[in-house]
Design a protein around this ligand. Structure first.
Ligand SMILES: Nc1nc2c(ncn2[C@@H]2O[C@H](COP(=O)(O)OP(=O)(O)OP(=O)(O)O)[C@@H](O)[C@H]2O)c(=O)[nH]1
Ligand SMILES: [Mg+2]
Length: 311
């Protein structure tokens, strides 16, 4: 096992529930049909999703016809690997070169209540700052009490400018002030933290569009990146909510938070398969440095790193 793999710790809970059950399958004296049924159940309850699970099981059934001794565990891993599509447009290296060529690079951050948007904005701001990029944050959550103070506190801790306006309830006007300020201050990156909202709240969803329209007044092709923040612990409901967000906020990429507290790391597969969105980063804890680049090899290696052959 690769000890530098950041997902080994982040996936501890997923792995313990997933692999404890895989272990029980391989220790059972049952035939392949029963083993496939159990693998199917495990994939579904780890939140890999029905569509993806069906693809894996059909593939295993076919492959077993040719090789009855097939290593089901490694074969499942290989199928899942192929399903995690590469998206070169928004991988981290391309992101940095896009940022360097576009000033200011505007990032809109949205998502359901409490998924970790504000914390992720702070983590991203800290990461970009470490790369010597000049960052400004727009406190566009004028909805929840205490939201502006929360991001201002992060700004003070990280020494990063935060633009806010406690006298307005209009987040688009804060976005306006932030982009305006970024242009005069020659900042590299604008991060817009927005209020948590439910996908069926048409007013709040409309606000997201209004924020995008305001940034377009300055730079027509902005926001350059629309990030959907998703909480790894939410499962099926989160996927349905995300589908609505991708319509309203035209999301390009996902940051998946709380992977450290989730038993359902399989949601990663569903984001690729059902939302057709790449994952740019994952949140692996509450600390400012707990943000990792998403890398599919590392992720699947950690997901499948239980050595069942020792059982
Ligand atoms: N364990 C863990 N906790 C996280 C992670 N990201 C955020 N959190 C915690 O999740 C809680 C909510 O985080 P916020 O950043 O306030 O979430 P939000 O989406 O901005 O919330 P609203 O603005 O109310 O919609 C906080 O307690 C964070 O510390 C993560 O990757 N892992
Ligand atoms: Mg927030």
């Amino acid at each position: 096992m690769n000890n530098n793999n950041p997902y080994n710790t982040a996936l501890t809970i997923t792995k313990s529930s997933f692999f404890e059950r895989v272990k029980s399958i391989f220790s059972k004296r049952i035939d392949y049909t029963e083993k496939l049924d159990l693998i199917e159940e495990i994939l579904i309850t780890s939140d890999v999703g029905i569509q993806t699970t069906e693809i894996v099981i059909k593939h295993l059934q076919e492959a077993l016809k040719h090789n009855p001794e097939l290593d089901l565990f490694n074969e499942s891993k290989a199928v899942l690997f192929d399903l995690l599509i590469d998206n070169p447009i928004h991988d981290q290296i391309n992101l940095l070169s896009e940022i360097k060529n576009t000033t200011p690079f505007i990032i809109l951050v949205s998502g359901v209540n409490g998924v970790g948007k504000t914390t992720t904005v702070a983590k991203l701001a800290a990461m970009f700052s470490r790369l010597n990029l000049k960052v400004v944050i727009g406190a566009c959550d004028s909805f929840r009490a205490g939201a502006v103070e929360q991001i201002e506190n992060w700004g003070a801790k990280l020494n990063i400018r935060v633009i806010s306006n406690k006298t307005t309830k209009d987040p688009a006007s804060v976005a306006f002030d932030t982009v305006n300020s970024a242009i005069s201050n020659q900042d590299d990156i604008v991060l817009l933290d927005t209020a948590g909202r439910l996908q069926n709240d048409t007013n709040l969803m409309g606000e997201l569009e209004k924020i995008s329209n305001i940034t377009k007044r300055f730079i027509p092709e902005s926001p350059h990146l629309s990030l959907l923040i998703m909480d790894a612990t939410v499962g099926q409901n989160g996927i349905e909510q995300a589908k609505q967000f991708t319509n309203s906020a035209k999301c390009d990429s996902v940051i998946l938070t709380k992977l450290d507290t989730s038993a359902k790391g399989g949601i990663v597969l569903r984001i690729y398969q059902e939302l057709n969105l790449p994952i740019l980063f994952v949140g692996t804890g509450e600390k400012i440095e707990d943000l990792e680049n998403f890398n599919k090899e590392d992720f699947l290696n950690a997901f499948f790193s239980y050595d069942y052959q020792d059982v």
